[in-house]
Design a protein around this ligand. Structure first.
Ligand code: NAD
Length: 274
């Protein structure tokens, strides 16, 4: 049985990459049955395949999620914080599973997604690539080994100039992994950039630095800087395909699960060995 997929944010960078991967049958049992974007998207009304630069697939880009969601087994949402926070409660009413890649949600928007997950299964991850999810494991493990040994943690991320949130959701997740390994609360220890006469760096701090420019897909480095040595753990995305492949794998995995909020660690069956 094919798994029917609706993509929200279909005219965006990730939406188009997802449609290209579906057209190439990266996950052969997934089938695109709906594509949604905003009324002011230039691609509105066009065929989603053509808009993504692949063959005509007879799926027009619509603005009406309610019209296409009933045909879906799973809704993949890479729109934006406002869109995702609005779509999650609607998918909960319609009993449609979701895969959410959107980052930069406010606490209120996050709460809307969390409430929806009481009714439907949702995979939600700031980064769907296998590589970054392996990195999350490595960072937490490294932090656990270095805990209380005087290594300062700094996280540097680089993205394209059009990215709307900073630091990236992935950088925050890496910070969370590092904080967990050190036994720290990230909210109490995060420092976002530095300027002016800052004084000495506090020991109990995780620094975040967001670089924006050009068309960088997404680079992340976590540094553990000690006396006489620095450990750097890095990931570099060379296209958006790794994110899209992860999202499609998550879509296949989530259908038929019990309601709840799931992570890519579960989808990818990363052992999480401590
Ligand atoms: P983008 O701006 O290129 O695309 C977003 C698309 O969504 C646009 O076409 C926009 O018109 C549309 N949109 C916005 N609100 C909508 C709504 N309410 N209903 C329908 N369509 C709506 O952005 P992008 O680079 O594709 O990234 C999208 C989101 O995914 C961002 O939050 C980004 O940080 C995140 N992202 C996550 C991952 C991951 O692996 N989880 C990877 C890359 C990007």
């Amino acid at each position: 049985m094919p798994i029917n997929v609706v993509i929200v944010g279909a005219a965006g960078r990730m939406g188009k990459t997802l449609i290209q991967c579906l057209a190439r049958r990266v996950e052969p049992d997934l089938r695109l049955v709906g594509a949604v974007d905003l009324w002011d998207a230039p691609e509105r009304g066009q065929d989603a395949g053509c808009a993504a630069g692949v063959a005509d697939i007879s799926v027009p880009i619509t603005t009406d999620l309610a019209a296409v969601a009933p045909n879906a087994d799973v809704v993949i949402d890479f729109s934006g914080p406002h869109g995702t926070a609005g779509n999650a409660p609607r998918c909960a009413v319609w009993r449609r599973a979701m895969v959410i890649g959107t980052t930069g949600l406010t606490p209120e928007e996050r709460a809307a997604v969390e409430a929806a997950a009481h009714e439907i299964p949702i995979v939600w991850a700031p980064n769907m690539s296998l590589g970054i999810n392996v990195l999350l494991e490595l960072v937490e493990r490294t932090a656990r080994v270095l805990r209380d040994r005087g290594y300062d943690i700094e996280i540097v991320e680089r993205h394209h100039r059009r990215k709307k949130d900073a630091p990236s959701g992935t950088a925050l997740a890496l910070g969370q992994a590092a904080a967990a390994g050190y036994g720290w609360n990230l909210d109490e220890t995060a420092a976002h950039g530095r300027a002016g006469v800052t004084g000495e760096r506090p020991t109990r701090q995780i620094g975040f630095h967001a670089v924006r420019g050009g068309d960088i897909f997404g680079d992340h480095t976590v540094m553990f800087a000690g006396e006489g040595e620095t450990i750097e753990i890095s990931h570099r995305a060379t296209s958006r395909e790794a994110f899209a492949r992860g999202a499609l794998r998550a879509a296949r995995w989530i259908v038929g699960r019990a309601p709840g909020l799931y992570s890519m660690r579960e989808v990818l069956e990363l052992s999480g060995e401590k």
